[in-house]
Design a protein around this ligand. Structure first.
Ligand code: XUL
Length: 539
């Protein structure tokens, strides 16, 4: 019989399912439900509650400013019901699924009252999940990763822990607005009564796992590190971070667990209602980035992937834990063991598109031709493409800065935006101390070879393209397979688990041009000086 595993991905905008046939190395089913489209009654826009929204369920949101971004946790539960109903309708062999795991958007938090444990244990299949769970929340809406309203709380936590470097050393990251700890602190400060009524706090991944397992689920080391609450080295809750965040927090947090741990059986709700295999094992869920690390095949220390998407993301897999003293990058636990790093550059596609529009370049093919028509190093011209406030380096005032670059020269500006993005990645990933022998490139812009050539030259490293549009859901399914095999006593090696699912596209390798690479060794220093100069002007 086929060994089938289910991976779910609860992202900002949608809930997706992927079923893999492990022995055939094949994805056999994929489905994605877009929250705005299938659940319009929650009135979200791209999965997020519009703000301020007079009809919003929560007084907290009605008072909120534009930096607040929340979503309704009941919508996520509703989507889970719908997705299982779809899978049943589509004839997915739910009765043969051996294990289930999942991925959740990172940092978002869910607040339970004292009724949650009982309600989860007694889910009634004659009712919907929404009917079962309507009164288990002490906070109606959940702050998500897009929320940046906690600058004051970040400053307080950072100060209590001894500054940026010490906070990163302790928890894997500096205090970030979107991270769960600062969000919990803000809730405690602004609504102490509701905080006191809170019996348990989950992150999105552990919330979804709790629904499927019918009990409060642990948080894994990937998502625990996205909270500013976990000791990144000991992988236990950090007492000082908890004390800096809110009172009695320890009693409200679930245990931490390795992401290959089995939580238990699937709740009878899913077995009776949708025909899920009664012997299926529920694994701990993780965050979308830790799951993507598996879905991209980054299972060996030192491996690196770059995703060129709306924002550009630099992922690395790391054996020994180094944290970033400047507090720009993050260290999370990796589901493959060891650690993973993540650096998020906000001005990714956004900046490339802005330049394309500004110079009236009709498509990406034409953009690629402009790149090819200019020499590597751009004759020393540098552009800092901070069209939006940037995360790395921290730039809170958007602006475009040019050095030795003629604004009228379309081709030079196209090259400059891509070179700047690649040099920023090289510069700001130095703290990770990884020297990869190849980089996996993914995301929309990774289809353009001239962009990847610049990546290879700036990084002085081979670049291989990898086509994984649903890396988080795939990573979750592969984690389900791995956890099940561990439980079965098979001692699976990650290399074997991911083989055939995450292989690079054949013949996609791009090699660095040695002359160009030498030139960038120098130019990256000029780029760093330009960043320093611009930051001095801004701050
Ligand atoms: C990572 C982050 C985002 C979310 C998106 O730190 O905030 O990538 O995980 O879902």
């Amino acid at each position: 019989m086929a060994r089938l595993f289910l991976g779910l991905d609860s992202s900002t905008q949608s809930l997706s399912a992927m079923v893999i046939d492990y022995d055939r190395r094949k994805v056999v089913y994929e489905k994605s439900l877009n929250f705005d489209r299938v659940l319009p009654q929650y009135q979200t826009q791209n999965g997020v509650l519009p703000n301020p929204d007079p009809s919003s369920a929560s007084a907290e949101l009605r008072r909120a400013g534009p930096l607040v971004k929340h979503s309704p946790p009941l919508m996520w539960a509703d989507a889970l019901d719908l997705l299982f109903a779809e899978m049943k309708k589509d004839g997915v062999a739910l009765g043969d699924i051996l294990a289930i795991s999942g991925s959740g958007q990172q940092h978002g938090s869910v607040y339970f009252n004292h009724r949650a444990t009982g309600a989860l244990a007694g889910l009634n299949p004659a009712k919907s999940l929404v009917e079962n769970l309507a009164d288990i929340f002490s906070r109606k809406t959940s702050p998500i990763w897009m929320d940046s309203s906690t600058a004051a709380e970040c400053a307080e936590i950072r100060q209590a822990l001894g500054g940026i470097k010490a906070t990163a050393e302790a928890t894997g990251s500096d205090a970030f607005e979107r991270f769960t700890g600062p969000q919990i602190r803000k809730f405690y400060k602004t609504d102490p009564d509701a905080y006191a009524q809170t019996a348990g706090i989950a992150v999105v991944s552990s919330f979804m796992a709790s629904l499927l397992a019918g009990k409060i689920a642990p948080i894994d080391h990937g998502d625990g590190a996205g909270m500013n609450l976990m000791d990144i080295r000991k992988k236990t809750w950090h007492p000082d971070a908890l004390a800096a965040t809110a009172p009695d927090l320890m009693q409200k947090l679930p245990p931490l667990a390795e992401s290959w741990r089995i939580i238990g059986a699937v709740s009878p709700y899913f077995i009776e209602k949708f025909g899920v295999n009664p012997d299926a094992q529920m694994l701990v869920w993780s965050g979308d980035n830790p799951c993507s690390v598996i879905g991209l095949g980054l299972i060996k220390a030192g491996q690196v992937a770059i995703s060129l998407g709306t924002s550009d993301t630099f992922f690395g897999s790391m054996k020994k834990c180094h944290t970033d003293a400047h507090g720009e990058g993050h260290v999370f636990g990796s589901p493959a063991g060891y650690y993973m790093t993540l650096i998020c550059f906000k001005n990714g596609s956004l900046a490339r598109e802005k330049i394309r529009e500004q110079y009236d370049i009709k498509d990406w093919n034409e953009f690629g031709k402009q790149l090819a028509s200019t020499p590597p190093g751009n004759r020393g011209g540098i552009l800092l493409p901070w069209f939006d406030a940037e995360i790395v380096p921290r730039v809170n005032q958007p602006g475009i800065h040019r050095f030795d670059l003629d604004e009228k020269d379309a081709a030079a500006n196209c090259r400059a935006v891509v070179e700047a993005q690649m040099m920023a990645m090289r510069l700001h990933s130095r703290w990770m101390k990884v020297a990869p022998d190849r980089i996996f490139a993914t995301g929309g812009a990774s289809q353009d070879s001239p962009i990847l050539q610049i990546m290879a030259d700036v990084m002085n490293c081979r670049v291989l393209r990898i086509e994984v549009s649903k890396s988080a859901a795939l990573g979750a399914a592969l984690r389900a397979a791995h956890g099940w095999l561990v439980q079965a006593g098979e001692r699976p090696e990650w290399v074997k688990v991911v083989a055939g699912f995450t292989d690079p596209i054949p013949n996609s390798e791009i090699r660095p041009d040695k002359k160009a690479a030498k030139l960038y060794d120098k130019l990256v220093e000029k780029y760093a000086a330009c960043e320093r100069e611009a930051l001095k002007q801004i701050h």
